[in-house]
Design a protein. Structure first.
Length: 343
């Protein structure tokens, strides 16, 4: 169908500059998406959207939820113009993500096509949010992805014990290994870019980071269901051709303008650098933010410290880190694995 794009931003940086009304670029496209079987969620207040009809979400295999909120209406806080929730004709809830405009965002498009599109999306060990459908409007590419948790469960909920934390770290490293083996460096491994297969209503009876009474234990969460963590937001991804010379797989600048992230020493040098160890360094920094990190078993603290080392050559690869973590787990006693993660 014909769509007037005369006022649509010409580049992704132009989209990111939008302040205030984050719905501006989506409202004129409502009929276009409807013609593709997607009904945009409707605005509810200044920054929230809700489903466009009263139907419960059709089960799609991507999220679990507590029984206490199975009929609760959903709301989604719309804080960026880059994405918008929608509902399919058969009632599945999805996210429409603006991926690229012309060459702007081509790296993101390549990363999603390589890691999350087609059969590769269901390969064991892949934690990238899958692309269910690509929608193209002239030179604009949108990816349709399942609506997962609204926020980052990797840091939101308390860990039951050390074993629970190790399991989560293993999934995170598995996600990086999958990307790196396909020559994609994520370059934005920070809080907010990890989602999970859990529906977040905000009313569930789960422990947040609040002090426990002496002798009390955290309520179980991740052990209650097949918890899976997903790696999201590949906007900063750096991709190399599969037939490229390994010596050529270097980068010499921040992945996007106005990067605004804490960066390791090699990115500050101004010289070409290997982007894959950057992911390891960033993940270690995220793990170090877990409340009570300094009280974890020494072996686990030292393991994360190796991932955070300033010298690139001293950091393990994702594959090496997984092997080291597995060995570490085997060497911890049952008492250490069941110890609480508290500050």
């Amino acid at each position: 169908m014909k769509v007037d794009l005369s006022t649509f931003p010409k580049t992704l940086p132009d989209v990111r500059k939008i302040e205030g009304d984050v719905f501006t670029i989506w409202t004129p496209l409502k009929d276009f998406f409807l013609s593709n079987g997607l009904k945009l969620w409707v605005q509810s207040g200044t920054s929230y959207v809700r489903p466009p009809d009263g139907r419960p979400r059709t089960p799609d295999g991507f999220v679990y939820r507590y029984s206490c909120d199975d009929d609760e209406p959903s709301e989604f806080r719309q804080i960026t113009p880059m994405i918008h929730p929608a509902r399919t004709t058969d009632g599945r809830d999805v996210i429409i993500r603006l991926v690229s405009i012309g060459d702007s965002g081509a790296n993101h498009r390549e990363a999603l096509q390589r890691l999350a599109t087609g059969n590769v999306a269901s390969v064991i060990g892949n934690h990238c949010v899958p692309v269910l459908q690509w929608i193209v409007l002239e030179d604009i590419h949108f990816a349709v992805q399942p609506l997962l948790s609204y926020i980052d469960q990797s840091t939101l909920y308390c860990y039951e014990n050390v074993q629970d934390l190790i399991n989560t770290i293993h999934q995170m490293l598995e996600a990086l290994q999958f990307c790196h083996e396909r020559l994609v460096a994520h370059m934005d491994i920070f809080s907010g870019n990890w989602l999970s297969n859990f529906h977040t209503s905000g009313k569930e009876a789960t422990d947040f980071y609040e002090p426990l009474a002496e002798g009390a234990r955290r309520k179980p969460f991740r052990s209650l269901f097949p918890f899976k963590i997903y790696l999201n937001d590949l906007e900063c991804a750096v991709c190399f051709d599969t037939d490229s010379d390994p010596s050529s797989r270097v980068f010499s600048r921040p992945p996007i303008p106005n990067y605004g992230r804490t960066i390791p020493r090699e990115m500050r040098s101004g010289l070409p650098y290997d982007p894959f160890p950057v992911d390891i360094w960033q993940l270690a920094g995220l793990i170090e933010q877990v409340p009570g990190f300094e009280h974890l078993p020494d072996a686990l603290v030292e393991f994360v410290g190796r991932m955070r080392r300033e010298c690139v050559e001293d950091r393990p690869s994702a594959k090496e880190a997984i092997a080291q973590l597995q060995a570490l787990r085997l060497n911890l006693s049952a008492e250490e694995l069941q110890a609480p993660v508290e500050w």
